[in-house]
Design a binder for this molecule. Structure first.
Ligand code: FPP
Length: 237
């Protein structure tokens, strides 16, 4: 009897890991790995859109990433500037909405402004939404959510007993977004590293040894097929 297949996921989350190792293998500076990673992201966004995903969340910069060298952080921020600028040209036209999760108040003022502009102008899009995690940490997101709820209790607009799981979900950066059914991490690491701690409670995980810049559209399809319980017969097996 055929195995029960699951429906396409609505939301896929990705930890894009391995840019540094990709560069090291080629004796290139780390920033070249991030550049290749940004190109891979562009390809994967397009593939996800064509597959009909509703939400794609990618971990671009964690609250821990500030510990990297000033040069590397600067290179990632410059890539981000370029990325946001390109969005205006490409994804906007493709009806892709962009939304940032994380505490952007620590980012440079020009990047914050770029993010606000893009979120504003992409609000009307009803295609796929790409959520970019920037200065994001799952614990920090929960801390900010808890603070906001505590303030509502203090102001007398919320009773402590009224705090349901749903209210907590709605206090997070992903309010209104369905939890990811599938989380992908590249580069052979098998940890969640403070990514979407609350939202990944029931997600399936897909780990691959591929380094992020080498991750292809086929790999995304493979991850989704595995999630759905579909058999893929590469090489006629
Ligand atoms: C992990 O690789 C990747 C990052 C910390 C940054 C992710 C950034 C991108 C994919 C490109 C930039 C995209 C945007 C939108 C800014 P790593 O450096 O931890 O790799 P390693 O573990 O091999 O050192």
């Amino acid at each position: 009897m055929a195995k029960q297949e699951k429906a396409m996921p609505r939301h896929v989350a990705i930890i894009m890991d391995g840019n540094g190792r990709w560069a090291a293998k080629r004796m290139l500076p780390r920033k070249m790995g991030h550049k290749a990673g940004a190109e891979a992201l562009e390809r994967i966004i397009e593939a996800a859109r064509q597959l009909g995903l509703e939400h794609l969340t990618v971990y671009a910069f964690s609250t821990e990433n500030w510990k990297r060298s000033v040069e590397e952080v600067g290179a990632i921020m410059d890539l981000l500037r370029l990325y946001l600028k390109n969005y205006l040209q490409k994804f906007a036209k493709d009806n892709v909405r962009m939304h940032v999760i994380g505490d952007i108040s620590r980012l440079d003022a020009d990047i914050q402004e770029q993010i606000r502009n893009i979120e504003e102008m992409s609000k009307g899009k009803d295609g796929m939404t790409v959520h970019i995690a920037l200065n994001y940490g799952g614990r920090d997101e929960l801390r900010r959510g808890v603070t906001a709820l505590a303030r509502q209790v203090q102001d007398g607009v919320l009773e402590p007993e009224e705090i349901t799981e749903d209210i907590i979900s709605q206090s997070l950066d992903t309010a209104g977004v369905p939890d990811p059914e599938l989380m992908i991490r590249t580069s052979g690491e098998e940890r969640i590293s403070n990514f979407l701690l609350w939202q990944l409670a029931y997600s399936e995980f897909y780990f691959t040894d591929k380094l992020w810049p080498d991750f292809t559209e086929e790999d995304l399809k493979d991850a989704i097929d595995q999630y759905c319980g579909r058999e893929r017969r590469f090489g006629g097996r």
